[in-house]
Ligand binder design. Structure first.
Ligand code: PAF
Length: 283
C-alpha cells in the first residue's frame, strides 16, 4: 500500500489507472477506522481493481470547534489496518491540499437537508458535499462506498452525484454494530466507560420505536415511546428522534402505510460526544 499526500499525486495516479482500464473504488473516511470502514474497503477490493481510501478530518463539515479538535486522529494505526483489507493507495492530505483557497461555492439540497443532521448541524452537508465532490474529482472512482449509519449523508451524496452527473456507482453498506447493538462509530472511542455502557440504549430506543410501528401504532406514538426510553437513560441527552420516509427523509405522521419504508433516526449526546444511529423498516 502506498501513501499519497498531495492532490496532484492522487490525480496522476488515478489517471494512470483509468488509462490502463483499471476499475477504481473509493472509500472516503475521516479515519479512526473500525470494522464498519474495513467492510467497505474489503468490498471495494473485491469489486474493483484498485482501492483508494482517503483519511481527512474535513474542517468544513464541523459546526462545533471542540468536535473537530477532539475528533480521533490515529493515522498510523489506520494505515496498519488498511493494507490487509485491500487498500491500494491511502490518500492522507493536509487541509492546505484539500483547500488551497477558501471555497465560495455553496450547496443547497432543499428539503433533504432541512431535517435531522442538516437542521441540527448548520453547514454540515455543505462541507460534506464540498469535500466529497473534491475527492470524486481527484480520484474519478468507478464506485464510491459509504456506510448507511449516515443515512442522510448517503441521501445527500446520492443527490449530489445525480445533480452533478458524477459518472460513478454509489454503494451503501449496512451499519455494523457491536455485540450490544451500539452502531460502530469513530466517535465511540471518545466515550467514557459509563457513557459507553449506556450508549447501546440508542439502538434499544430504535428497536422499541420499530416494534411500536410494527404493531400499527402511529409514528408519533413510536417516537414518544423511544424518547421516553432515552429520557430514562442516565447520561443521554436526546437531540432528536424522528420517524421519516426512507427515501425523502421527510417526517411521517400516523400509521405507516403498507409498502412504505421508513427510517427511525436518532441523535444524542453522551458526555459531550455526539452519536447518531438509525433503523430502516422493513430492512
Ligand atoms: O462519513 C464521513 O466520514 C465523512 O462525512 C466523509 C464522507 C468522509 C466526508 O468527509
Amino acid at each position: 500500500m502506498e501513501i499519497l499526500q498531495t492532490a496532484a499525486e492522487l490525480q496522476a495516479r488515478t489517471e494512470k489507472w483509468r488509462q490502463a482500464g483499471q476499475r477504481i473504488g473509493l472509500v472516503p473516511t475521516m479515519g479512526a477506522l473500525h470494522e464498519g470502514h474495513l467492510q467497505l474497503v474489503r468490498a471495494a477490493a473485491q469489486e474493483n481493481d484498485v482501492v483508494v481510501v482517503s483519511i481527512f478530518v474535513n474542517p468544513t463539515q464541523f459546526n462545533n470547534a471542540d468536535d473537530f479538535r477532539l475528533y480521533p486522529r490515529v493515522p498510523d494505526a489506520d494505515a496498519a489496518l488498511l493494507a490487509p483489507a485491500g487498500c491500494t493507495v491511502l490518500f492522507l492530505p493536509s487541509v492546505e491540499q484539500m483547500y488551497p483557497r477558501p471555497t465560495v461555492l455553496t450547496f443547497d439540497f432543499g428539503p433533504l437537508e432541512r431535517v435531522m443532521e442538516g437542521a441540527h448541524r448548520p453547514g454540515h452537508f455543505n462541507g460534506v458535499a464540498t469535500v466529497v465532490s473534491k475527492l470524486f474529482h481527484l480520484s474519478r472512482p468507478h464506485r464510491a462506498y459509504f456506510g448507511q449509519k449516515d443515512l442522510q449523508q448517503v441521501a445527500i451524496i446520492r443527490q449530489l452525484t445525480a445533480d452533478l452527473s458524477f459518472d460513478l456507482d454509489l454503494v451503501a453498506f449496512p451499519t455494523v454494530r457491536e455485540a450490544d447493538g451500539l452502531a460502530m462509530s469513530s466517535r465511540n472511542r471518545r466515550l467514557s466507560p459509563a457513557d459507553r455502557a449506556m450508549a447501546p440504549q440508542l439502538h434499544q430506543a430504535l428497536v422499541l420505536g420499530a416494534a411500536a410501528l410494527a404493531q400499527g401504532q402511529p409514528a408519533e406514538v413510536a417516537q414518544a415511546a423511544a424518547a421516553q426510553h432515552l429520557a430514562a437513560s442516565p447520561g443521554i441527552s436526546l437531540e432528536y428522534f424522528e420517524v421519516v420516509d426512507a427515501q425523502t427523509l421527510q417526517p411521517v405522521s400516523g400509521a405507516v402505510q403498507a409498502g412504505q419504508t421508513v427510517a427511525l433516526c436518532v441523535a444524542a449526546q453522551l458526555g459531550g460526544v455526539r452519536l447518531i444511529d438509525n433503523l430502516v423498516v422493513p430492512a
